[in-house]
Ligand binder design. Structure first.
Ligand code: GDP
Ligand code: IMO
Ligand code: MG
Length: 425
């Protein structure tokens, strides 16, 4: 390890949660570095099946310190629900800490997220409705409330009071009722009481761990194609899922991150609107959705499904400098007669091998190679040689096109349904 970032290389839902759960068996510390409860990281292990939204997927290792980092945005109400669900399954939360610098998602933010989406009518982003955009907007505009503020009653009242009038003007634009200072204060003080002791300055936990060479995992949310800067803007989230943001969001120097694992699904899925060139509206797409159980862990929306897009993953590989790939859900392809890999985009009379800006991305059509499928089930495979030959050829091509070696292949949702491959020296 010592500092490993685990990030999404497609449109999200690649299986980051299952990879972090696996890798956290050997981790001293796991930090979620961006995003909020828009994430749905599904973990299946001996403790049960969980859809984590904010809590780092390392929480199942009682020895691992888990931090919701400065770059994340935290809705205390949903966090408390998530904590209760884990406690009910006897998962210890003794090691869970929240950065005092992380911003708070307030009920107001969720409300505005919904109102803004409704107002976009024909051009909806298809957000998760969790208030992510409005919270990061307030953060950038310097109106935000941070978790640490919740513990300072007078300061909090002053901060909320300063901007309440502006917020109420925004609400009035949408014909929504105004906020009341006392009510917002009461909500915040309730959060402070429930979470107070867990809200800390995280550097005293992180700095000594990095200096002592402890094993750290940085857990990303979503994937590069929804990155605020490098995704298909405006059909993106409001933070940066790429590893460049892990340093800022976790409070670690970029030079300390020495391993970046890119998580890629063996095919493509996306939730929400925006260009998705390899989307399938046919029986193959339906099959991927059905066999892959492709329904959003946070919203329950059916995920859009398509063939593997090597152009999008190439974009991710460049932006993240992956040191290895974890290819997930290979088993979902078992029994398919043929597979396709998109190696380029046709744009007008040209074929390009990069992700263009959104208006062009909306026009591209995929250029495919066809690969043979395999019949034998892969779910029991635990070594490279256990995999059917066409599956190995398919994986080899994925690795070749990304220019990154594959370190893990997952063949089922359970923690140990995974192969670990030796990386080239
Ligand atoms: P994340 O957001 O990147 O953590 O991914 P999600 O958890 O939203 O989506 C991945 C889904 O695939 C979850 O339901 C996982 O339980 C499931 N999953 C992960 N790896 C595998 C695998 O190798 N095979 C199968 N069949 N399911 C998997
Ligand atoms: P994980 O971490 C898939 C999508 C939404 C929408 C866009 C913006 O589980 O991979 P937002 O609510 O962030 O303002 O929505 O991003 N989206 C996700 N899609 N997985 C997620 O998280 C997502 N989080 C947000 O559908 O298109
Ligand atoms: Mg998910």
């Amino acid at each position: 390890m010592p500092v490993t970032a685990v990030v999404g290389a497609q449109w999200g839902d690649e299986g980051k949660g299952r990879m972090v759960d696996y890798l956290a068996q050997d981790a001293d510390l796991v930090i979620r570095f961006q995003g909020g409860d828009n994430a749905g990281h599904t973990v299946v292990n001996a403790a049960g099946k969980f859809a984590l939204h904010l809590i780092p997927s390392g929480i199942f290792n009682p020895k691992t310190v888990c931090i919701i980092g400065t770059g994340a945005v935290v809705n205390p109400a949903t966090l408390l629900e998530e904590m209760r669900a884990l406690e009910a399954a006897n998962v210890s939360l003794d090691n869970l800490w929240l950065s005092n610098r992380a911003h708070v998602v307030l009920p107001y933010h969720r409300l505005v997220d919904g109102l803004q989406e409704a107002a976009r009518s024909g051009a909806r982003i298809g957000t998760t409705g969790r208030g992510i955009g409005p919270t990061y907007s307030d953060k950038a505009a310097r109106f935000g409330i941070r978790l640490g503020d919740l513990k300072r009653r007078d300061y909090l009242r002053q901060r909320i009071g300063l901007h309440l009038e502006q917020k109420n003007r925004t609400l009035a634009l949408f014909n929504a009722p105004p906020l009341d200072l006392d009510e917002v204060m009461e909500t915040c003080l309730g959060y402070a009481e429930a979470l107070g002791d867990r809200i800390v300055d995280t550097l005293p936990l992180v700095q000594p761990a990095v200096r002592a060479g402890k094993r750290l995992l940085l857990e990303g949310q979503l994937g590069v194609m929804r990155d605020l800067d490098w995704g298909t803007y405006p059909y993106v989230t409001s933070s940066n899922p790429i590893v460049g943001a892990a340093s800022a969001g976790a409070g670690i120097p970029p030079t300390a991150i020495d391993r970046v694992v890119g998580v890629v699904k063996a095919y493509s899925t996306a939730v929400g609107a925006g260009p998705f060139p390899c989307e399938l509206d046919d029986a193959d797409g339906e099959r991927l959705r059905l066999v892959g159980a492709e329904y959003g862990a946070t919203t329950g929306r059916p995920r859009r499904c398509g063939w593997y897009d090597a152009v999008a993953v190439g974009h991710a590989a460049w932006l993240n400098g992956f040191t290895s790939l974890a290819v997930t859900k290979l088993d979902v392809l078992d029994g398919m007669q043929k597979l396709r890999i998109c190696t380029g985009y046709r744009l007008g009379d040209r074929v390009i091998d990069y992700v263009p800006d959104t208006p062009d991305m909306e026009e591209v059509t995929p250029v495919y190679e066809t690969w043979p499928g395999w019949d034998a089930p892969t779910t029991e495979a635990r070594t490279w040689d256990d995999l059917p030959k066409p599956a190995r050829a398919y994986l080899h091509r994925i690795s070749e096109l990304a220019g990154v070696p594959i370190e893990f292949v997952s063949v089922g949702a359970e923690r140990d349904q995974l192969l670990t491959l030796e990386l080239p020296a």
